[in-house]
Every structure is written in C-alpha cells, then in structure tokens.
Design a binder for this molecule. Structure first.
Ligand code: NDP
Length: 453
C-alpha cells in the first residue's frame, strides 16, 4: 500500500468511525486506483478520490408508523446521494435490520463505479431503513412504505434521484412506495424503477441482476474458450438475485445445487430443475417461507442450519466449478475462499454487493480464479433500471427480447471494459482493477470537466 493510500485510509477511518464496510469498499478501490495515480497525477491533484468518498448529500430521517393493532413504531430512514457527475443519483433501497449509515455508504460508493460501467448516464446513490419486512403482513409493510415515502419524496425525482429495490425491497414494496409518491406529488413519473409492468415497469427488470451475473460469468469463461454448460454452481441467497441466477444457469445448461437464507442453506445433489425453481419462487415470493421447507418437498436435498460456532460457511464447501454469491456482503471470508478453490471452483461471479472480504479477494486473485466483482458482475440490475428510465421517458415499453438483448450487450461491454482496463494498467485478468479503474475514469473526467462543485 502506497503512503498516499495509507494516509487516505487513515483519514477515511478517522472521519467515518464505526463504518467498517465503507472502509473496506474504499480501500479496495483505492488500491486499484494507485495504478492510475502513478500515470495520471492530475487526478490526485484534483483530489477526485477524496471528493468521491464524501457523499454529495446524506439524508437521515425518522419514520414513525402505526400498525394494525394501533402500536406505534419508529424506524430510521436514509438516502445517500453519493455522486451525480454523470447523471441523476441511482441506486436501490434496502430494508433490513442491519441497515445503518456505514452499510449504505459502502453500497452508494460501489454504486457510483457500477453505474459508470453500465455505459448509461446514471450517478450513484443508495438508501433504506432498518425496518424488517420479513414475516410482516402486507398491511404493515404498506403502512411502513407510505410513512417512509412521506419524507423521501422531498429528495427524489425522475431527474434528481431514482431509487430501486435491494434486499427486502421487491415488487410489493416498490408498489407501495410509488403509490405514495404519486399521491404526494400528484404526478406520474418514472421516479422509481422495478415498477410493475402495468404501471411503467420494464420487462426483464426482475430478472436482470441474476441474468446479468450469469452473462458476466459466461463472458469470463469465453476468455478460456469454455461455456457454462454442465458446470456445477453454488448459489447463495434465495431472493431476487439468487432465483434469476439459477433460472439463467438452467437455461444455459449449468446445474445450480444450493440456495440459502439467513437461517441456513439447502444442498440438492441432483441439482435444481425448472419445477424445483418454481417451487422456490412460490415459497419465497408468495408464501414468504423459509428455504428449509424445500427439503419437505424434495428428498434429494439436505438442509444445513447456520452454525454460529463455525468460522466458515459450509455452503461454499461443496464440489463445484462456479460460485454465485447472491445474498449479502462479506458472505465469503478467507476460509470460504480457500474452500471454494480447494473444491475446484474457478469462476466466481458476484450477484451480491461486496460478498467477498478483502482476504478472500486476494486469494481469488492469487489463484487466478475468474473473479467478477459485484460492481461489474451485478451491474445488470441497475442497467435495466436505466433502460426502464429510458422507456418511461419515451412512454414506450420495449418487448422482452429487446431488453434482454440490450442487457446482454451491456454485460459484454462491461466485461470488455474490465479486460481492457486491467490490461492497460498492467494487471491482465484482474477484473477488480479493471472494474474499479473503468468505473472511475468516466466519473473522474466528468468531475474535472464540471469544476469544483
Ligand atoms: P432479496 O431480499 O430478494 O434476497 C436476499 C437473500 O439473501 C434472501 O435469501 C435473504 O435471506 C438472504 N440474506 C440477506 N441478508 C442476509 C444475511 N445477513 N445473512 C444471510 N442471508 C442473508 O435481495 P436481493 O436478491 O435483491 O439482493 C441480494 C444481494 O444482491 C444484495 O447484496 C444486493 O445488494 C445485491 N444486488 C441486488 C440487486 C437487485 O436488483 N435486487 C442489484 C445489484 C445487487 P432472508 O430471507 O432470510 O433474509
């Protein structure tokens, strides 16, 4: 680590205490960018990274709401408007009890680079709440969403800041949020993405992150003249990203064998098929049940509850060739990375944001794993959100094939940009450097053009 990065990290930690995920995200990017600063001192002189690290605006607010029993609840709401150099702030909302300022800042920071990589004009943002929708009635969720929007609506707009979904925020929540925005503003605009198809949503948006992560894996494999056909794949999570990752893997002839949730994971040695996947979709999206229930239906699968005494996640300790972490941050630590490599995994495409610790990333890079970091591999979701914004502006929906083709082309372009940047800065095959540098340069140049604002 250079002295410049050491000093920068010391300042980041001093100014943003108790935000370990934010420190981790900044450190990874700063390490890659030291390659750029050696050749381009103008970016350092303009203090571009120092400026990107500081959110343009941070909004926190009280969300009081009343449940159907008349009990009052108070949650905390956030929106981080991180960077608008290349377009309106864009990034998801996360509803999960673990949500705090540091987690949202790491997500908003990553989003700036990811959105830049998509080739579309979108700045970076992220938001959410410590509200937990899990196990709550539709009425409670609606009341919370309306209360959340009662404050958020002041800060967002289709040309200003366009939120979408993330953990705990799917079609149901976006519907309630959009309804309240429309009522408060008395206007029908594309202020949120991930909307329902009947009211401004885009085909392929629900599928986009998972499909995109699989397209990215296919692109990485194509550099070795290989395809996904016949590959055994470990998938974590069982939400939006995990489900559509598995769907695309099946379509391309691969064999996904695991799903998880925050209680444990299932391993189906025979692999999933369309019928089993449909069961998981209904279980998770309609019945809102736990992944354990899969083993009641399919005896070929075994359920492993989370063991808090283990220093690793056994999901990553099965024989396979590919891994698609699709649940949450830091779900692959150093020991998990070792297990993956030991079990024959040589492709890792991150559907989740920052699912691998810094130690895990180092191991993947040292072992020449085809490793697609989240900000490149899962950019398909926000890319199709960008396409939803385009369709909303035109007031014209595109057909499924049109959106899917564009998604595929965007994932190909992101992959190409990562390869090109990794090569140009002397680290061929290093998608981490490729993504960080590729995302940075466009934003940095725009910031220089726009002056000190
Ligand atoms: P969902 O809420 O649909 O699903 C999340 C899944 O991950 C659930 O199975 C959930 O289990 C599990 N999970 C969440 N937190 C934890 C935890 N702390 N430990 C173990 N399991 C956990 O979210 P998404 O599928 O939308 O998001 C998954 C990941 O993908 C996140 O990292 C998100 O930031 C990222 N992502 C999502 C995009 C999108 O378009 N939706 C776009 C780009 C990235 P449980 O039900 O028990 O909570």
């Amino acid at each position: 680590m250079s002295d410049y990065i050491k000093d920068l990290m010391a300042e980041v930690k001093a100014k943003n205490p108790v935000e370990p995920e934010f420190h981790q995200a900044v450190e990874e990017v700063a390490e890659s960018l030291s390659l750029v600063f050696e050749r381009h001192p103008e970016y350092r002189a303009a203090k571009i990274l120092e400026r990107i690290i500081e959110p343009e605006r941070t909004i926190t607010f009280r969300v009081p709401w009343v449940d159907e029993q008349g009990e009052i609840h108070i949650n905390r709401g956030f929106r981080i408007e991180m960077n608008s150099a290349i377009g309106p702030y864009k990034g998801g909302l996360r509803f999960h009890p673990s949500v705090n300022l540091g987690i949202l800042k790491f997500l908003a920071f990553e989003q700036v680079f990811k959105n830049s990589l998509t080739t579309l004009p979108m700045g970076g943002g992220k938001g959410g709440s410590d509200f937990d929708p899990k196990g709550k009635s539709d009425l409670k969720v609606m009341r919370f969403c309306h209360a959340f929007m009662n404050e958020l609506y002041r800060h967002i707009g289709h040309n200003t800041d366009v939120p979408a979904g993330d953990i705990g925020v799917g079609g149901r929540e976006i519907g309630y949020l959009f309804g309240q925005y429309k009522k408060l503003k008395n206007e029908f605009t594309g202020v949120l993405t991930g909307k329902g198809l009947n009211w401004g949503g885009s085909l392929i948006r629900p599928e986009a992150t998972g499909y995109g992560a699989v397209y990215f894996a296919a692109e990485m494999l194509s550099t070795k003249n290989e395809t996904l056909e016949g590959k055994v794949c470990l998938v974590s999570g069982s939400g939006n990203v995990a489900q559509y990752t598995a769907e695309k893997l099946l379509e391309l002839g691969a064999l996904p064998v695991t799903f998880s949730d925050s209680n444990g994971y299932i391993y189906d040695e025979e692999g999933f098929n369309r019928e089993k996947l449909e069961f998981v979709k209904v279980l998770k999206n309609v019945r809102r049940g736990r992944i354990k229930e899969y083993t009641d239906e399919y005896k070929s699968a075994v359920y492993f509850p989370i063991d808090p005494n283990l220093s690793y996640n056994p999901l990553w300790n099965h024989k396979a060739q590919c891994a698609f972490p699709s649940a949450t941050q830091n779900e692959i630590n150093g020991k998990d990375a070792q297990n993956l490599i030991k079990n024959g995994v040589y492709v890792v495409s991150e559907g989740a944001n920052m699912p691998t610790t810094i130690e895990g990333v180092k191991l993947f890079l040292e072992n020449k794993i085809l490793y697609g970091p989240g900000k490149a591999a899962n950019a398909g979701g926000v890319a199709v959100s960008g396409l939803e914004m385009t369709q909303n502006s035109m007031r014209l929906p595109w057909i499924r094939e049109e959106v899917d083709n564009r998604l595929r082309m965007i994932m190909k372009a992101i992959h190409g940009r990562c390869v090109e940047m990794a090569d140009r800065f002397g680290t061929p095959g290093n998608y981490v450097n490729g993504a960080n540098i590729g995302g940075f340069l466009k934003v940095a140049d725009a910031m220089i053009d726009q002056g000190i604002v």
